[in-house]
Design a protein around this ligand. Structure first.
Ligand SMILES: Cc1cc2nc3c(=O)[nH]c(=O)nc-3n(C[C@H](O)[C@H](O)[C@H](O)COP(=O)(O)O)c2cc1C
Length: 382
């Protein structure tokens, strides 16, 4: 299978599976416990039908919109995800450059393998930094200061990761960051020599936004669950989130909200946006899918805060359904990660080309010329 054989996100997933050692593939593809929530995040879209209206004059359409004060060429954000250097040697740089080429927002994780400073100077496209609240307050403060200096457009505080989800595929494979080559894992790496050579011979793996403060950045192999459970602060509250928003002073988003009451609290602490998200099903299995939760959240706080539907998106029509249900924008992780793993920047660009095409075709077939024309009148739940 080659890159030109990829015609949708599922094809990129197959190609990524072919190219990656299985512990790495399972880290991307896997989720918590029985992975029910991960599956529901996507299948929720299947229970809702689009209602096209015809003869609408769709010769010129414009899928762009404003999100968090910046123009985005599509109603789609590339969500922040960890450890991209492990998936492909081009890592975050590839995603940043592809996002810039397509005029999109993208995010880098606290666990990014490229520094805040480098990403800040590499691309001018709007970018968010995803913050985890560490027990080490000095680390939190230093990350916020670095984001200010590097002119990031938004800080996105992830609030659904108070402890690690139980990611059983990672427990079975022993996946660590950086990957540890043990006798039992060696075979999985040896049978993917192209990945292994790129990993060993290219730039060394690092977590440059953490390495001045915690062992997770020193090159010592730790499981992601250990990082979450030992480094992150489980005592954080709404007051912590509000203090971080004040210290940052710029656009502020909370990521990992699925309850209407929490959405209201987000408005009360002055957040500019929420990502309705369950971390791609990687945290609390059995928790509500973003698309299922969306309508009650839109009814509670729509118009008072920007609402981003994050997770499960694999098709342009999923984006259109999220907008119809009242989201201001959609976002996703695996939709570009499979492509990054499959073919680096060229892969991400091909995935974005396909998604752009699906969004534009979908808008034309729906009979709308702007994203704002999509509303609940154009959807029916079965
Ligand atoms: C491999 C992987 C790593 C991720 N790392 C982070 C992270 O470091 N911080 C974070 O807030 N979310 C992280 N996420 C969650 C994504 O930001 C996003 O919420 C999720 O991917 C959405 O679901 P989707 O993959 O179905 O689009 C990660 C997701 C994946 C798949």
């Amino acid at each position: 299978m080659r890159l030109t054989d990829c015609h949708n996100i599922a094809d990129f997933r197959r190609l990524a599976k072919q190219r990656l050692p299985w512990p790495v593939f399972d880290y991307i593809d896997g989720a918590a416990d029985d992975e029910l929530t991960k599956a529901r995040n996507t299948s929720a879209f299947d229970e809702c039908d689009l209602v096209p209206e015809v003869l609408a004059g769709v010769g010129a359409i414009d899928p762009s919109l404003s999100i968090l004060g910046r123009r985005s060429a599509l109603p789609l954000i590339l969500s922040p995800t960890a450890l991209q250097r492990v998936f492909h040697w081009q890592g975050e740089r590839a995603v940043a450059r592809a996002a810039e080429k397509f005029g999109l927002w993208f995010g880098i994780s606290s666990l990014a393998t490229v520094s805040i400073e480098e990403i800040g100077s590499l691309v001018s496209t709007p970018k968010m930094f995803q913050l985890y609240v560490h027990k080490d307050k000095g680390l939190n403060r230093s990350m916020i200061a670095r984001c200010k200096a590097a002119k990031f457009d938004c800080i996105t505080l992830t609030v659904d990761t108070i402890v690690s989800g139980k990611r059983e595929r990672c427990m079975r494979s022993g996946f660590t960051s950086p990957p540890k080559f043990t006798p039992s894992s060696a075979l999985s790496y040896a049978i993917k020599p192209r990945w292994a050579l790129d990993y060993v011979l290219r730039e060394k793996f690092a977590l440059p936004n953490l390495d001045t403060h915690v062992s997770a950045g020193t090159g010592e192999a730790v499981s992601i669950a250990d990082y979450f459970n030992t480094m992150l602060d489980p005592t954080m509250t709404w007051a912590t989130a509000e203090a971080i928003r004040q210290e940052w002073g710029g656009s502020f988003c909370l990521k990992g909200i699925v309850s209407a009451r929490d959405a209201r609290r987000a408005v009360e602490i002055g957040a500019d946006a929420i990502m309705v998200s369950n971390h791609g099903g990687r945290q609390l299995d059995g928790s509500r899918a973003p698309f299922d939760a969306l309508r009650e959240i839109v009814d509670a706080v729509g118009g008072e805060i920007e609402i981003i539907c994050d997770g499960g998106i694999r098709r342009g029509t999923h984006v259109l359904k999220a907008l119809g249900a009242g989201a201001d924008c959609a976002s996703g992780g695996r939709l570009y990660l499979y492509a990054l793993a499959a073919a680096g920047q060229a892969g991400v660009e091909r995935a974005l080309t396909l998604l752009k095409d699906e969004i534009e075709r979908g808008m034309k077939l729906m009979g709308v010329t702007t994203p704002q024309q999509l509303d609940r009148e154009r959807l029916r739940w079965r």
